[in-house]
Design a binder for this molecule. Structure first.
Ligand code: ISL
Ligand code: CA
Length: 551
């Protein structure tokens, strides 16, 4: 495998609205992020994925872009993002911009022009279709945010297509002018010295609406190859696509370097595993560790030789890792560290979502009025109108609503957790008095320093970056165990995913092994006996070499 600089990199995702508010208007901003770069440098990360900061009416918190080459006033200015790029570079941190090009905002000048007249050269930048004979939408395609994917435009008597909110019209990627505009815009950002792009719902750009093909359309990979050629290809940056529909085979198409598409993609199989197969995220089902292990093993082995994995527990759309997969109560600290170890020792590029490094948890607000997320609010309205009881909807929102990830970052135990001097745009999680960055930095044994150690291990350990993956104890209902192997080098990673202690009989080839304890959330282990006992959520990593420690 050809080595790439991002193979041993760790990415930290910032949701700017919720990170740090420097001017007291209740909304996080670029100046706030710049003020926290020393904190991120201390953590040791290499890149920041910045969720969108572009000019936007904020119908979907910036995932509705009105100008790709300007910054929303509430976040700052172009001069400030240039300062962020430069200040980050001083600390060896690069910025990944969020590329949202499946759709724009309905306030983007392209859409305003498109809407102004069917003869506008911009009309064909979007997807317009005539109504059916009875005036109804062209088909029954639903939007991911509820309701029809078709919105009627009175002036022209046609419908336009939107897979997200009706204020996020989908771009028409079959139009070469759209492709060129996007490539130019990407180059404009690349010229500013950014580290690459995270590509929002990129698997949708090859859609063919008349044939009801949305994801993985026939033009998807050619479009990405064209994008690679026309923009980032020669720049040596990191590109990661958000691809809900990827199978390992498809992920190899995106990320096999020989195909010249992307560095890697986010796959979501382990996420949707916890959703109801029929009703989706609003009807969660319990986490099944054995199934989870099967999914991870599949991705680890199928992308072993060509392609590259990205590794994540959570992001700005998903619930907090420790609430979903660990124990947000009694074993919050232990389980947060265990989850970190389990993920960071896999092969791929790890992503940390802001607050994960201090073990932030999901939130439970009583009233729907305390929620802001368009997806949660639309679904709440739609389903309660259809008779679903309030309490049932709230259970779905508590488990999987996007605002879980978006409550303000908890910096300290002072007013508003040090996030803002004003009124935060979204209420805080009340646990900020205990769970905050200041407390974490004051405690050498904190989750923060556990992440710091995992990140620095990645820089030191070749087997952690390039070793192959070998699943152990496949059917064990509580323990996630695996080995990484590179030449004679081995990493053994054991994680108890439960609040119950476990007595483990290791495979004979592992018993009696002596090595070096690299990290642990209870203690370091340098030797394995026949039986290994793991405390609640205990996890440890041992490095050994086949030559120095014959079985
Ligand atoms: O989590 C989701 C699946 O139900 C959706 O909330 C989400 O819309 C989907 O993951 C796609 O996400 C991306 O595109 C959206 C934006 O709202 C998300 O924040 C973004 O990550 C539209 O741009
Ligand atoms: Ca602000």
């Amino acid at each position: 495998m050809n080595k790439q600089w991002w193979h041993d990199a760790v990415v930290y995702q910032i949701y700017p609205r919720s990170f740090c508010d420097a001017n007291g208007d209740g909304i996080g901003d670029l100046a706030g992020i710049i003020g926290k770069l020393d904190y991120l440098q201390k953590l040791g990360i290499d890149l920041i994925w910045l969720s969108p900061v572009y000019k936007s009416p904020m119908d979907d918190n910036g995932y509705d872009i009105a100008d790709y080459q300007d910054i929303a006033a509430e976040f700052g200015t172009l001069a400030e993002i240039e300062r962020l790029i430069a200040e980050a570079a001083k600390r060896d941190i690069r910025i990944l911009m969020d590329l949202v090009v499946n759709h724009t905002s309905d306030e983007h000048p392209w859409f305003l022009a498109a809407k102004s007249s069917p003869n506008s050269p911009y009309r064909d930048y979007y997807i317009w279709r005539k109504p059916q004979a009875d005036g109804s939408p062209p088909d029954d395609q639903r939007s991911f945010f509820g309701g029809s994917a078709w919105e009627f435009d009175e002036a022209s008597g046609e419908y336009f297509f939107h897979l997200f909110s009706k204020r996020q019209p989908d771009l028409n990627w079959e139009n070469p002018a759209v492709q060129q505009e996007v490539h130019q815009m990407m180059n404009w950002w690349l010229d500013k010295g950014i580290g690459g792009f995270r590509m929002d719902v990129i698997d949708l750009i090859g859609k063919q609406v008349d044939d009801k093909i949305l994801t993985n359309g026939p033009r998807l990979h050619p479009l990405l190859q064209e994008m690679h050629r026309a923009s980032f290809g020669p720049r040596n940056v990191l590109t990661v696509g958000e691809t809900w529909s990827a199978t390992p085979q498809i992920a190899r198409m995106y990320s096999d370097p020989a195909r010249e598409e992307l560095s890697m993609v986010f796959q979501f199989e382990h996420v949707t595993q916890t959703w109801d197969p029929e009703h989706g995220k609003w009807k969660p089902r319990p986490f099944d560790l054995v199934e989870f292990k099967r999914i991870i093993a599949k991705w680890q082995t199928e992308l072993a030789d060509s392609g590259w994995n990205s590794l994540f527990w959570n992001n700005h759309d998903l619930p907090r890792a420790v609430s979903k997969y660990g124990d947000p109560g009694r074993f919050r600290v232990e389980s947060a560290k265990m989850l970190a170890t389990a993920l960071h020792c896999l092969k791929g590029t790890p992503y940390i979502y802001q607050g994960e490094e201090i073990g932030m948890t999901n939130v439970r607000f009583d009233s729907i009025d305390d929620y802001q997320d368009i997806e949660s609010l639309n679904f709440y309205r739609e389903r309660t109108d259809a008779g679903v009881p309030h309490v049932d909807m709230m259970e779905g929102i508590y488990a999987n609503g996007r605002d879980n990830a978006r409550t303000p970052m908890q910096w300290d135990d002072s007013f508003n957790a040090g996030f803002s001097d004003g009124t935060p745009w979204l209420k805080l999680n009340p646990n900020y008095r205990q769970v905050n960055a200041e407390a974490a930095l004051a405690d050498p044994d904190s989750i923060f320093f556990h992440y710091q150690r995992l990140i620095s291990l990645r820089k030191e350990s070749e087997v952690m970056v390039y070793g192959d993956y070998q699943q152990l104890l496949e059917e064990h209902p509580q323990v996630f165990a695996y080995q990484r192997r590179l030449g004679e080098q081995r990493l053994l990673v054991l994680n108890n995913f439960s609040a119950q202690p476990v007595e483990l009989d290791l495979p004979t080839e592992l018993t009696g092994i002596e090595g070096q304890g690299l990290i642990g959330n209870y203690s370091l282990r340098h030797r394995l006996d026949e039986r290994v006992s793991l405390a609640p959520y205990e996890s440890f990593v041992m490095a050994f070499s086949l030559t120095s420690s014959p079985p």
